[in-house]
Design a protein around this ligand. Sequence first.
Ligand SMILES: Cc1ncc(COP(=O)(O)O)c(C=O)c1O
Length: 446
Amino acid sequence: MVERIHYSTREQREKWIQEADYNLFNLRSDQVFIDLLTDSGTGAMSEQQWAALMAGDESYAGSSSFHKLQGTVADIFGLQFLLPVHQGRAAENALFSVLVKPGDIIPANSHFDTTRAHIEYRKAAAVDCPEDVALNTLVDEPLKGNINLSVLRKILEEHHEKVPFILLTLTCNVTGGQPISMENITAVKQIATDYGKPLVIDSARFAENAWFIQQREHGFRQRSIHEITRQIFLMADAMLMSAKKDGLVNIGGFMATRHQDWFDAATEHVILFEGFRTYGGLAGRDLNALAEGLTEVVCAEYLGSRIGQTQRFGQILIDAGIPIQRPVGGHAVLVNAGSFLPAVPQEEYVAQTLALELYVEAGVRGVEIGTLLNGRDPSTGRERFAEVEFLRFAIPRRVYSNEQMEYVARALINLYFGCPGIVHCGRKANLETFYCAFESQRAEVG
Ligand SMILES: Cc1ncc(COP(=O)(O)O)c(C=O)c1O
């Protein structure tokens, strides 16, 4: 599918962002030139997926599309009980309706916002246990998404009876798509077994994580993505999946497990809130496109090109001296806005300030991952200041060209070298030349 991209002038953008109350989420998509707000559901489907979509079976119960997806999930992950749902947070809601009760504690390397919200909604606590280096943007550790094993052990030691399961998020979204090593996952499984706890995997970017293991962890170079994925999920009791990421579809998700009792209990919830257990709020054609997407995503060539684009974009920024989270992750590049704009105080939402400046400069939309996102403490009304104020650029799958990503990098570099209050030496790129290059490629975005 080919989509138009939309040009605008600085004057237009200044007006639009003011009308949007300086909230990038309030902009219309045609007011954005390059949209890096999220990689969730924003990718382009392949011709095989569009073909699969046409062949969807729309039967209410037991459609062949469901059975196809079930076979694919069993093949890739080895989990036989499948509940499709409309997206990742619905899978969280279904599984947590079975597993989480008030007073529980769920330790994880990190919880995505919706995962945390679904846990807290049930009056339980979501406790992040990242490695110490996770938010140190300067430490270039190859597998920086690991859970801190000693913190995990301490929680289990002190609150054993309150922990219903251990959660691992692959890759770690909040730190920029940092992968977890097989060694860490295996150690977590051992701890889980020692304490008799199940392991649940938030699998939104499982394939990107498997690719990093293949490329960066000793002993996995000769193993296929499929084999690595199987090895990971052999250790899982259940998986939560937002298929809008590594399912390569625009909508969809699922929960899969090896436990029939969890499946039966979650099915009751899904029937109430999503739909019958063989479609879960999705059309048969969506299930078909997802089954095809899952088979495409475990391809090393695809992953090499997808993650290669993110790495290339990040490297341009690193070479220019822009402060970003190191190493570059799988789906996103995180700019350390506090270091980028040291003169802007944290109370003035430094990453949001940078996001707005970049939009006005170049029509690029990123997203603040910092104090604004954290929200205020509901009991005190005080700010919850972020440890690092990040501006995130999440890259949609199979959408933008490297040249378009270079445009984004050049725009950021322009800001870095042109911002008052920052003394940097360097040159400003002429963004107009990039606009001109795009004139001849108007239909680049898919
Ligand atoms: C790691 C992770 N888990 C869960 C979700 C929630 O998925 P969805 O947006 O499909 O509800 C997301 C979405 O970005 C995510 O990144």
